[in-house]
Design a protein around this ligand. Structure first.
Ligand code: ATP
Ligand code: MG
Length: 380
């Protein structure tokens, strides 16, 4: 606990108190795969200047910290927000990738992947060790790579559009202790130099030219079934702003209504409201009519597909197929997930590519029970 206190500039009793109150939690399961790490903790809540998800580890008498990834503000009306927020500023527009947030850093001799909440994930770490060029950390030991992990083989967000295997899309390079980000230009240069895959940067525009270009990009991303954009001050001094496509809002609505009794109502409400404001800003009479249909279809089809699943299989679940190089990492990942969620696993053995394959099934119990009850005459 002493190293945590030091890393967070606290007294040791204060750090112990955080631990007792459950704000400071263990961030990993000790295992030879994590051989560099003696102890590791995460912050479950924001504490002082330290963001939720801040990760603190000790390795051979050295402490490491990875500050939590900061919240990104969302706008629902582009024009006014751009004028107000990016006045006098050059702005980079990047693709917003729909996966899960990971911070990749080197601890001791190896690479580790930390999730948004601050856990070291065995699956993501194994994949990061396969894909990320370690050289970067030799040249930039105080920095971490903030990436979106996306693909069909994802334990959290399965999206076909990013391909089958899980890949990392770099979007920020940040100092692990101060959380300061390198400029967008520097990030692009480093990505080229170390061969890291970037979340695409569509271009740089001054505040006055931003709106028309953003609207063009959003329309294209919407047609392509992509999530949206993040607008960033090129020097990374102001807060970044995100904005999503109607495709993304509707696909979220479809998901939410498939699991209508399990998903928070706020999740549904926010997506619906986003559609209203987008319509206000960019719709013609014709695109508004298309939107009516799109939203309605997303909702009704979501509920229908779950009713079908319950009738056919008696249950509802989210499934994903994951591949591992090492069986021990697979077993470690199962342990890790069982600590965090209600999941079932099925080991499928080796496939023709020689990998260990695992099916993961997250049960969605409350909605399934609700549907069973309703279709057999129960009251809402
Ligand atoms: P918040 O950041 O407000 O906590 P959230 O957790 O609900 O939001 P999202 O709505 O998905 O997440 O938006 C922010 C997330 O988008 C980031 O945390 C990051 O994981 C992801 N992201 C994807 N592409 C980018 C990008 N190009 N730049 C920044 N973040 C990106
Ligand atoms: Mg996201």
């Amino acid at each position: 606990m002493k190293f945590v206190a030091e890393a967070l500039s606290l007294s040791e009793p204060a750090a112990k108190r955080l631990h007792r109150r459950g704000i400071l939690k263990s961030a990993f399961i000790p295992h030879p795969f994590f051989s560099d790490i003696d102890e590791a903790y995460l912050l479950e809540k924001k504490f002082g200047k330290y963001e939720e998800g801040t990760f603190i580890a000790s390795s051979h008498n050295r402490s490491y910290i990875a500050r939590g990834f900061p919240k990104i503000k969302r706008t629902l009306v582009l024009e006014e927000c751009i004028k107000k927020h990016f006045k006098g500023c050059d702005v980079a527009v990047e693709e917003k990738i729909n996966g899960y947030n990971v911070r990749i850093l080197k601890i001791g001799e190896n690479i580790y992947a930390v999730t948004r909440r601050g856990y070291i994930c065995p699956y993501t770490t194994e994949r990061a060790r396969e894909l990320i060029n370690k050289e970067f950390f030799n040249d930039f030991p105080d920095y971490m790579l903030c990436c979106e992990a996306a693909g069909l083989e994802s334990p959290h967000v399965q999206k076909e559009i990013y391909g089958k295997r899980l890949e990392f899309y770099l979007f920020d390079i940040r100092n692990t202790r101060t959380n300061e980000a390198l400029s967008v230009e520097k990030k692009i240069k480093i990505a080229e130099e170390y061969n890291l895959r970037l979340a695409e940067v569509f271009g740089f525009w001054c505040c006055e030219e931003l709106l028309s270009n953003v609207i063009k990009i959003i329309k294209r991303l919407n047609r392509e079934g992509r999530e949206g954009i993040v607008m960033k001050d090129i020097n990374m001094k102001r807060l970044s702003v995100k904005y999503t496509t109607s495709y993304c809002n509707c696909s979220d609505l479809n998901y939410a209504f498939r699991y209508f009794n399990d998903i928070g109502r706020d999740f549904m409400l926010t997506r619906a409201v986003r559609e209203g404001f987008q319509s206000y800003e960019i719709d013609s009479e014709e695109t508004r009519k298309e939107r009516y249909l799109r939203i309605g279809k997303a909702i009704v089809d979501g509920i229908l597909s779950s009713i079908d699943n319950v009738i056919e299989e008696g249950k509802l679940y989210e499934r994903s197929k994951l591949r591992f190089r090492n069986k021990e990492v697979m077993e470690l990942f199962i342990k890790h997930m069982k600590k965090l969620a209600r999941v079932n696993f099925e080991y499928l053995g080796l496939d023709n590519e020689g990998y260990h394959v695992l099916f993961m099934e997250k049960q969605v119990i409350s909605t399934a029970d609700r549907i069973k009850n309703l279709i057999s005459g129960g009251f809402w």
